[in-house]
Design a protein around this ligand. Structure first.
Ligand code: SIN
Length: 328
């Protein structure tokens, strides 16, 4: 009897092993809207390489850049429906799910990318990763793009220069308030339409980090770029909590490691990518890059500052204070 039991157990184990060996790979679709050569594009490809190297044919990571699969207006819904497993929309695009992330859109909140990173790594910044778990969205980490610059077909040196102009913005009420504070007209449009809108003069200007201005060729259709560094464009790498928590125990920790490795690689290279692409824009001669004097910069800061008070209650004064502390 005992030997029959042993034999059956052995057969069971063999069947289990065979089934595991034949198991379909877990497909992870990573959809984003920018080019492979941006920090986010680099991070996505790094994640794919890491996951496939460490997990072999247990996973199959498919990266879809340049809005090929979804744009940022529908990617989160698609993720919750299971049509895509990873996305990294800009921090400006989560306001349907949480108002807390609006903090990252406050103009002149961070002096530079280093301060943004310091806040993101702080306890307060890390707590924001789980601010949408009740909606089924799990934050896996922050990804940098960079500080935003203003562009238009006329030189923007002081806030009054922007009055009356139409600026494309991301789907953020904070960014709308920022341009309204300048007497300008904010126009919410998907990223994939920005080049065409600028080219056809349907809008006058935009705000983007260097890497997006370069890779999307916005500099070819904007005569002037003001190096304003007035805001941040970073991303939240997200997944569906149901998907991630349901991953097998031998897979999830490996993917967590790959997330940590790839976000670090992307973030470490973000500033150098931005500076390299900024230089290429200058060298192209297509667009003139304008520097602000400290007095001019102070005028932009002053003009945009009322936006803070408007959103302070939604975001929380304590959180704003914690973010500001990262500048020191
Ligand atoms: C992105 O960098 O992913 C797009 C940001 C935008 O919509 O401007």
């Amino acid at each position: 009897m005992r030997s029959v039991f042993t034999a059956l157990t052995a057969i069971g184990l063999m069947i289990g092993a065979a089934a595991a060996a034949n198991a379909e790979p877990i497909t992870i679709k990573f959809s984003h809207v920018v080019a492979d050569t941006t920090p986010k594009g680099v991070g996505a490809l790094h994640f794919k390489a890491c996951a496939e190297e460490k997990l072999g044919d247990k996973v199959n990571v498919e990266v879809y850049p340049n809005s090929q699969l979804f744009n940022d207006d529908n990617v989160l819904e698609a993720m919750l429906l299971g049509d895509v497993q990873l996305a990294a929309p800009s921090l400006s695009k989560f306001n349907k799910y949480t108002k807390k992330l609006d903090i990252f859109d406050l103009p002149f909140l961070f002096n530079d990318l280093e301060a943004a990173e310091k806040f993101q790594k702080s306890e307060a910044g890390q707590a924001l990763l789980s601010s949408m778990e009740d909606k089924g969205i799990k934050g896996l980490g922050y990804l940098h793009n960079g500080m935003k610059q203003l562009s238009a077909n006329k030189p923007l040196r002081v806030p009054a220069d922007a009055a009356g102009l139409k600026f494309r913005i991301q789907s953020s009420d904070v960014l709308a308030a920022q341009f309204e504070a300048l007497g300008a007209v904010p126009v919410k449009k998907p990223f994939s339409e920005v080049f065409m809108l600028l080219q056809t003069n349907a809008i006058d200007g935009a705000e983007n980090p260097w890497s997006n201005i370069f890779t999307q060729k916005f500099f070819e259709v904007q005569k002037y770029i003001t190096e304003s560094n007035h805001g941040l464009l970073d991303y939240l790498l997200v997944t569906s909590a149901e998907f991630w928590n349901g991953l097998p125990d031998d897979i999830r920790p490996v993917l967590d490691d790959c997330i940590a490795e790839s976000t670090k690689a992307a973030n470490d290279s973000a500033l150098s990518i931005a500076m390299e692409q900024r230089q290429k824009i200058i060298d192209s001669g297509s667009s003139e890059v304008l520097q602000l004097t400290p007095e001019e910069k102070a005028q932009w800061r002053e003009a945009m500052k009322p936006v803070w008070a408007k959103f302070q209650d939604n975001i929380g004064a304590d959180l704003i204070e914690a973010a500001q502390a990262a500048n020191n």
